[in-house]
Ligand binder design. Structure first.
Ligand code: IPM
Ligand code: MG
Length: 364
């Protein structure tokens, strides 16, 4: 019977409370499938700053390294916003974790369930029946990590520099991820760039076109990032796989989350290179943030965290059947009219975080 070692990094804000529900679901999965989880909790983000003096303690990296996958909650909050930017939970923990483990591929499914189209701010006739897209974001390159990166005094005023750098090989590997994902879906890749302005984007587009030749069954089109921001709202159903570099993907995936209804529904997977056998080491986390405004109230939507467990089972552990069961259970509770506050509407039943977790566990 396989035993999977999971590093559990709950973090700050709503992280710990939605993680409890994810663990509840994992306990049910253990009973239903022939597998066990050995979970090790580790501090990350603001809690780690408070307890260990830094956002990403060495001990946490070690626990991650010794695990089969990282299950991540969320980090950050007002308490740590006055620290120097580099030491804050987001820049001090999440970005170094991605870089340290080479997690270059970020998969963010943007699913608007047919029963939840009312929660989308997009005009109802444009989302009727819901939609299902997948954002593939490059996660360890571009403006986030390019050197030089500094702020300094020049001629009597501060000057800030960030550098956008992409190597061809970095574009190739993320393009492969997108085309392979599209093959298992509606076979369409929309590549995002700003090739009318940026050198980076010219190389991006050229490279993606070349990689596309290896996937003749997949249709490829290109959108400038500004136009993409518009098309997401005007025609969300036209998207299947959306491929973007780091910053464009950051921005567009938030927009995607918003038009899908609630960011509290969206899981994500950050993956490195495939291991022999086709599985990945990865970090699995909800698409939303730590939501300090609702933390501790027991009203957060735990579905993104629960669906992140499903992505972990699928991509890191190869437990496809268990992943399917969790995703089906989430659909079942939605179908049954059970809702947390963020997706509630007249005629449906409003549940707390714990009640929603229990409902999914029950549905499994
Ligand atoms: C995300 C977040 C992070 C990012 C922040 C918290 C650094 O917005 O995962 O999308 O920009 O990548
Ligand atoms: Mg973001």
């Amino acid at each position: 019977m396989p035993n999977y070692k999971i590093a559990v990094l709950s973090g700050d804000g709503i992280g710990p409370e939605v993680m409890i529900e994810a663990r509840r679901v994992m306990a049910v999965i253990e009973k239903k499938f022939a597998l066990t989880f050995s979970c090790t909790d580790a501090n990350v983000g603001g809690i780690a700053i408070d307890v260990d003096g830094k956002a990403l303690p060495e001990a946490t990296i070690q626990i991650c390294r010794d695990s089969d996958a990282i299950l991540f909650g969320s980090v950050g909050g007002p308490k740590w916003e006055t620290l120097p930017p580099n030491e804050q939970p987001e820049r001090g923990a999440l970005l170094p974790l991605r870089k340290h483990f080479g997690l270059f591929a970020n998969l963010r499914p943007g699913i608007c369930y047919p029963q939840l189209t009312h929660a989308s701010p997009v005009r109802p006739d444009l989302v009727v029946g819901g939609f299902n897209m997948l954002c593939i974001r490059e996660l360890t390159g571009g403006l986030y990590f390019g050197q030089p990166k500094y702020t300094r005094e020049e001629n009597g005023e501060p000057v800030a520099v960030d550098t956008m750098v992409y190597k061809r090989s970095e574009i190739e590997r993320i393009a492969h991820v997108a085309f392979r994902a599209a093959q298992g879906r509606r076979k369409k890749v929309t590549s995002i760039d700003k090739a009318n302005v940026l050198e980076n984007s010219v190389l991006w587009r050229k490279t993606v076109i070349e990689i596309a030749k290896q996937y003749p069954d997949v249709a490829l089109n290109h959108l400038y990032v500004d136009n993409a921001a518009m098309q997401l709202i005007k025609a969300p159903k036209d998207f299947d796989v959306m491929l973007a570099e780091n910053l464009f993907g950051d921005i567009l995936s938030d927009e995607m989350g918003a038009i899908a209804g609630s960011i509290g529904m969206l899981p994500s997977a950050s993956l490195g290179n495939a291991k022999p056998g086709g599985l990945y080491f990865g970090l699995f986390e909800p698409g939303g943030g730590s939501a300090p405004d609702i933390a501790g109230k027991g009203i957060a939507n735990p579905l993104a965290q629960i669906l992140s467990v499903a992505m972990m089972l699928r991509y890191a552990l190869g437990e496809t059947a268990a992943a399917d069961v969790i995703e089906a259970a989430v659909q079942k509770v939605i179908q049954a009219g059970l809702r947390t506050g963020d997706i509630w509407s007249e005629g449906t039943k409003k549940l707390s975080t714990a009640e929603m977790g229990a409902a999914v566990a029950e549905a499994i």
